[in-house]
Design a binder for this molecule. Sequence first.
Ligand code: ADP
Length: 400
Amino acid sequence: MADSVLVLNAGSSSLKYSLVDAASGTAAGSGLVERIGEETGVLTHHGPDGSTRAERPFPDHESALRAALDAFAAWGPSLDEAGLSAVGHRVVHGGALFSAPALIDDDVVAAVTDLVPLAPLHNPANLRCIETARAVFDDLPQVAVFDTAFHQTLPPHAYTYALPSDWVEEMHIRRYGFHGTSYSFVTRSAADLLGRPVDGVNLVVLHLGNGASAAAVAGGRSVETSMGLSPLEGLVMGTRSGDVDPALHAHLHRQHGWSLDQIDRSLNRDSGLKGISGHNDFREVSRLRDRGDARATLAFDVFCHRIRKYVGAYYAVLGSVDAVVFTAGVGENSPAARAASVSGLERLGIAVDPVRNEAPDRGARFVSPEGSDVAVLVVPTNEEWEIAQQAMAVVREPAG
Ligand code: ADP
């Protein structure tokens, strides 16, 4: 493959990896290391001969990445034969420093290190993978693709919290937004589907996976997004609360003696769909709701109500909307969530067609009725392919 890119996507306790052909998006091999830092970890590798699973401890992201490279060597495809052109690292937080992907050198590593306070769980994992890959692959170009970069076009009135101004200047407290690689990919695909140039589309994009967020895209550029300083703000997620009253921390601390760590952990890990229903997996929530379970029904309703609120708000932000776009695990696969999230918005020209919405199709498609004022689209995201394409674009840039 001429444009083979090893894409590394490190989470706080996981590492997704994929060998992607940047030209076609085909992944010749991929895998996932989970439960990094726990007593027993799991590596699942998908190669040319099917899937292989190994259970053993992975103390840190370096050991996880080395295990992933061993998995390619043992089970294929061979990275040597693939002739890698680059390694593409998804880096969660690029702060206000990075509005585009960056060729990794010591300065970029130092900048990502400086941003650790803004993403204490994620940037260290990304850095560990970068250090390890630089040691293993020597001269191979490595590119950092930032999850925040797509939202660097937010205007000041959208990224500024109504807080004392020195908080921004001294502590960099502002809205950054995340899921940028997904929004970048989905915006281009949606424009293709609409038959319009990217800079000619206004979209409300809903990325509904384990993490969930919304973005308002005007002329192909992000102008508002629901995640803020961290990925905790905004929509209801698998285990994250999304928006809550900012007085909640003080209340829990003063009235109930909770520590900050306890509150932080609970809002990130025990809230969202899981907090309300006991289940973070949307499939399970949907299954229980279909059986009439009251908590699962409430979780579904809160999830979709929050989305509907954001769609309405972003309609107001954009003034005119060409399409509402659903993507990621829930957005691509749950007709019920799509229908509930836009129900009642018919007066805004937003509705789904029941037959199109329920059809078991997989590709990018319209689910709104023929001739709707606002199209409703389902567009599969592909963050790995986006990272590979952005990495190759940087590698091909003329030096200087
Ligand atoms: P991430 O990449 O953030 O880990 P995904 O985009 O894979 O997440 O989305 C995971 C979510 O999508 C889970 O809540 C999962 O239950 C949900 N999901 C996947 N398939 C379906 C489906 N067929 N119906 C409903 N929800 C689904």
